[in-house]
Design a protein around this ligand. Sequence first.
Ligand SMILES: NC(=O)c1ccc[n+]([C@@H]2O[C@H](COP(=O)([O-])OP(=O)(O)OC[C@H]3O[C@@H](n4cnc5c(N)ncnc54)[C@H](O)[C@@H]3O)[C@@H](O)[C@H]2O)c1
Length: 326
Amino acid sequence: MNILVTGAAGFLGRRLIEALLQRGTLTDRQGTERPISRIVGFDVVPLSGIDDGRVQAVCGDIADPQVLEGLIDTRTDSIFHLAAVVSSQAEQDFELGMRINFSATQALLERVRALGTCPRWVMTSSVAVFGGRLPAQVEDGQVWAPQSSYGTQKAMNDLLLADYSRRGFVDGRSLRMPTIVVRPGKPNRAASSFASGIIREPLNGQDSVCPVPLDTRLWLMSPMQAINNLILGHELPGARLNEGRVINLPGLSITVAEMIDALRRTAGDEVAGRIRLESDPAIERIVASWPGSFTARYAKSLGFTADHDFADVIGQFIAEYPPQTD
Ligand SMILES: NC(=O)c1ccc[n+]([C@@H]2O[C@H](COP(=O)([O-])OP(=O)(O)OC[C@H]3O[C@@H](n4cnc5c(N)ncnc54)[C@H](O)[C@@H]3O)[C@@H](O)[C@H]2O)c1
């Protein structure tokens, strides 16, 4: 199998490549399980630290048509399209968001259409496609009404992928991901960045700011579930996707107060006491527009899975990134 991963140096891209290497096989579009012979890991920042002869790191801007041309050819069996600029960044810089999140996706799909090989295509959509008046629990048929440019760009990608799949240009699957926590490293420019920050920073002995009210309800997924679900999304035969190519994934519905409580139970009062509430109206507005719970009935019927206990999610993070408190 020849695989392209865009956004390869990012949080999910790197983990996905590591998981694919460990797994060793994927199913091709004819339904045959085949060894993974090559993974092109593409990103605008260098992909380093993966030492495996099957991985070819390619650095470039996905919005550059010449770069796109060289990324895939008739041998490309599967594409995991993860490259994007995150929500707050896309809100602050409209042109950048449109160019990277939408136009580049369209150009990549056009490249695939021109090749005529109909590869499998998995991409990551977002709960940010929803907004406005929402029920307490969002059903699969909920009308999309994004309240941000990022959400609009993801929604446009979903529509495009559904139509390219209907026409047989690509065998696409767009997975609407919950917010993935706990993310390692530094805060990023996603409006949801605090959801990891309020766990990660206190565990590492640092103060953290929570910019939204404690009763804010979030829809979350651990990195491990996210990667398992991305791979499952690839492996499902097209014939099973009879309710569409855009799938709301299951997740864990939890308030910020409950997250902090789980941190307190796991790591103690002193650690949980490092979180300071400080309202940020811009973040609050974006986050409040996202649904906090979904039925995800279609996804569950296809075998996608969710976390059940946030303390376990914190435990996974601690096991992988032991606290660095000096
Ligand atoms: N992490 C989450 O909570 C979450 C939730 C829903 C959806 N998603 C989506 O999942 C995907 C991956 O998310 P992530 O958390 O790994 O994000 P990330 O920011 O860690 O990774 C995205 C990668 O895309 C790359 N990129 C940005 N601009 C590029 C360009 N011009 N050319 C090539 N590469 C470029 C970045 O360098 C980065 O490595 C994104 O599409 C994101 O929108 C993530």
